[in-house]
Design a protein around this ligand. Structure first.
Ligand code: HEM
Length: 218
């Protein structure tokens, strides 16, 4: 079975399970664990997922701007870019699974799969859910370039910027630690680096007439 089908199957099973629990057919089989360990795991995974996502976007921009080409072969940058995408998604998975098992927020699968359903900070959590789906689509689309064509692939790949913005706002509005000086610094520096590289990328289009995503990049 392909990766896409596996993901579809897992989402379907989670949805069916959550609907059955909500209809009262059986008790929620996901054990809820009280205490700080699960909550801390959920938050730590959220922060590391954000860091991996930022590095992923940064490496994507390294590839398209070519700023690393002098030191690192472009193929290696592309490999790191793809790998970071999977790492970020895996960490988002840990973030969500830990939230599902945490007793303080009492999430079930519907809350984490359907934007707006969570009663805990609904708007901010919805942004996280959108970011998760966006990150999933971008990750899967790495393998779709030949099938869907460069133009459609590029449009899909640009979703990564929306994912990044959604993740920043989600972290700031949903996170317990958003007011923490260290986390604010992380969000601000991540945004500054990404904006700086986007400016370089756009500048290259005007100065050198370079295409937005050079086809030899991937
Ligand atoms: C790309 C996807 C995501 C990223 C990068 C991400 C990242 C983060 C970050 C950085 C925080 C702040 C942690 C803190 O301040 O302690 C956070 C908090 C949170 N996230 Fe996500 N998240 C994502 C997806 C999701 C999804 C799908 C859900 C669905 C339930 C979710 C639910 C939450 C909740 C409830 C919090 C609040 C935890 C707290 O109070 O600290 N996130 N997330």
């Amino acid at each position: 079975m392909t990766r896409t089908r596996w993901i579809g199957l897992v989402v379907l099973v989670l949805l069916a399970n959550a609907i059955a629990v909500r209809l009262g057919w059986f008790a929620d089989p996901i054990p809820k664990l009280a205490g700080t360990a699960v909550w801390t795991t959920a938050r730590a995974a959220g922060v590391t997922a954000f860091a991996a996502l930022t590095l992923d976007v940064v490496f994507g921009l390294f590839v398209s701007t070519g700023v690393l080409d002098r030191w690192v072969p472009r193929g290696a940058s592309v490999d790191v870019h793809r790998w970071l995408s999977s790492v970020a998604l895996t960490l988002v998975g840990v973030h969500v699974l830990a939230l599902l098992g945490d007793a303080s927020v009492q999430f079930d699968a519907l809350d984490v799969l359907i934007p707006g359903l969570s009663t805990y900070r609904p708007g901010a959590v919805a942004l996280g859910v959108f970011a998760m789906y966006g990150a999933l689509v971008v990750d899967l689309s790495f393998g779709w370039r030949k099938r869907i064509g460069v133009r459609a692939w590029r449009a899909l790949h640009f979703t990564a910027f929306a994912v990044f913005v959604a993740a920043v706002v989600h972290g700031l509005l949903a996170g317990t630690d958003a007011a923490h000086h260290g986390l604010r610094t992380l969000y601000a520096s991540a945004a500054a680096v990404v904006i700086g590289l986007v400016v370089i990328r756009i500048g290259a289009v005007f100065v050198r007439g370079a295409r937005l995503t050079p086809s030899r990049a991937r």
